[in-house]
Write a protein that binds this ligand. Structure first.
Ligand SMILES: Cc1cc2nc3c(=O)[nH]c(=O)nc-3n(C[C@H](O)[C@H](O)[C@H](O)COP(=O)(O)OP(=O)(O)OC[C@H]3O[C@@H](n4cnc5c(N)ncnc54)[C@H](O)[C@@H]3O)c2cc1C
Length: 471
């Protein structure tokens, strides 16, 4: 069966897809949105988000002080180590200055940042009700504007002719349209592909022990299809946003509450009860995103954050309570660690802690001496019962491998932009984020390129030539 009623097809059901669908519809195109998840699970990883990073030159509603374009760009340049396309990055940054009014028109509300989050009140605008409320608001607005939405409509492949989109296939159903936006996320939920990308270390398939923080529906089917069909790829398949989360979190959709923020207040040991990295290297908001990879490099991809009673009340309590014990040997037994090894590690650490003035809000002078690896800040002996421990596993947020696009969000084939196939969100985020991350930029990229892709797809479908990027 062939369906032919639409100007624009949008593939995906998260933030980028919804921004594209809404923008294309506002430009006068008829739009069909195909979301692979059932309605109850719609919204991809976007349903788990809390905020987006916005540039602004003066205090604005929920944002304090100023966060100018140049500072935003330098932050991005630093975290990516230069693996970013400056033109596309600046396009997204500038678009973050004025997208909130458009978002509000579609029902999104904002709130000041929560205390105890990653100190983001200057840079990040928080969604009232979180990403779930944002996604619900966009779906409501899209329905009201006449966007047709189909759930449980996983697109398997596209029909392309000379780099031009012709139709999408949902099983045996062929859906034609004049233009298409692919916003179907990364491939982090595809465990086979993750296995292949990360390979084996010491005979272990590293990715088998990863947990996926977001949706189970980002299987990378269209990413793989497009790369196979000659679209230019960008990024490295092993690069992803990866944080240490509670090992007891579910395989998918654990979301934000499974993150463990106690690392800098104690020590972290692997399954041999040995420390392996400086837990106090820098402020936690600047370091939390490296710990997923660090845990991934440990045997069995497991680690334990160990703290004592002095740390309680100084970090956001995670959703799962820590293992609690009155003595270190009891704690080791509960974790299945070698008692003597843990006792030795803690004793070596305690002995190495130099007296200082503890201040968790500053890079204080509580450091170890003569210990490898060192703990350079917030190093205090673990000596006050009860002791607590949180088991940690790598938690994948999203992958960075994507398709190459230009300023019109057009997918590139052998260096040439497609005339009617566009990409937005995680599937092209690698153009801006070659590696690293700065909180809130995922939603900035998806919102900016979703709106650009929607504008361009509508223009291509309605024969309006190249449209101006969404204001
Ligand atoms: C726990 C967590 C917290 C986060 N917090 C933040 C935050 O606060 N701020 C921030 O900026 N970023 C955050 N991120 C990252 C953010 O979620 C992403 O950058 C952003 O949501 C990407 O939007 P997207 O639309 O590209 O992808 P998604 O929202 O993941 O949407 C992809 C959609 O495509 C659908 N799909 C996949 N394959 C197909 C197919 N073959 N056919 C049809 N549909 C398909 C999926 O079902 C899904 O609806 C967080 C991520 C997680 C997991």
């Amino acid at each position: 069966m062939t369906v032919r009623d639409y100007d624009v097809i949008v593939i995906g059901g998260g933030n980028a897809a919804l921004c594209a669908a809404l923008t294309a519809r506002e430009a006068g195109a008829s739009v069909l949105l195909l979301e692979s998840a059932p309605r109850a699970w719609r919204g991809g990883n976007s349903q788990h988000t809390r905020n987006l990073r916005c540039m602004h030159d003066a205090p604005q509603d929920v944002l304090t002080e100023a966060y100018p374009e140049e500072e935003y760009w330098q932050d991005l340049r630093k975290v990516t180590g230069g693996l970013t396309n400056e033109t596309l990055a600046r396009l997204a940054i500038r678009s973050s200055a004025n997208c909130r009014d458009w978002m509000r028109r579609h029902g999104v509300h904002f709130q000041p940042s929560l205390s105890g989050t990653l100190q983001l009140s200057r840079t990040n605008a928080f969604f009232l009700g979180g990403g779930k409320a944002l996604v619900n608001a966009y779906y409501r607005s899209a329905e009201k504007l006449g966007v047709h939405i189909r759930y449980e409509a996983a697109v398997d492949r596209l029909e392309l002719r000379d780099d031009r989109f012709v139709a999408a296939y949902v099983g045996s159903e062929r859906v034609e349209a004049k233009a298409c936006v692919v916003a179907s996320g990364g491939f982090e939920s595809n465990r086979e592909w993750m296995r292949e990308a990360w390979g084996q270390v010491n005979g272990e398939w590293v990715a088998d022990n990863f947990l996926i923080r977001g949706t189970r529906f980002n299987m990378g089917v269209l990413l793989k299809f497009l790369i196979g069909a000659g679209a230019d790829a960008i990024g490295d398949p092993t690069q992803s946003h990866c944080v240490a989360i509670d090992a007891r979190a579910p395989l998918y959709d654990g979301g934000i509450c499974t993150r463990v923020d106690s690392v800098s207040l104690g020590i972290v040991v692997n399954k041999d009860a040995a420390r392996f990295y400086d837990e106090g290297e820098d402020f936690w908001p600047k370091r939390y995103a490296i710990w997923g990879r660090l845990v991934a490099q440990q045997p069995g991809q497991i680690a334990y954050s160990v703290i004592d009673a002095k740390a309680i009340g100084r970090f956001m309590p995670p959703v799962f309570p820590g293992e609690k014990a009155q003595t270190l040997p009891e704690l080791a037994r509960k974790l299945g660690l070698d008692e003597a090894a843990l006792a030795r590690t803690v004793s070596d650490y305690n002995t190495a802690c130099r007296p200082g003035r503890f201040d968790h809000a500053a890079l204080d002078d509580c450091a170890t001496a003569g210990l490898a690896p060192p703990k350079t800040h917030w190093a205090r002996p673990l000596d006050t019962a009860p002791y607590y421990a949180y088991p940690l596993r790598p938690g994948i947020t999203f992958t960075y491998l994507g398709v190459k696009v230009n300023e019109q969000a057009a997918v590139h084939f052998a260096g040439r932009p497609s005339p009617n196939l566009y990409a937005a969100g995680e599937i092209m985020a690698g153009n801006v984020l070659g590696k690293g991350y700065t909180a809130g930029v995922g939603m900035t990229i998806g919102t900016a390129f979703g709106r650009i892709a929607g504008t361009q797809a509508a223009a291509a479908a309605l024969n309006k030539g190249e449209a101006r990027a969404a204001a």
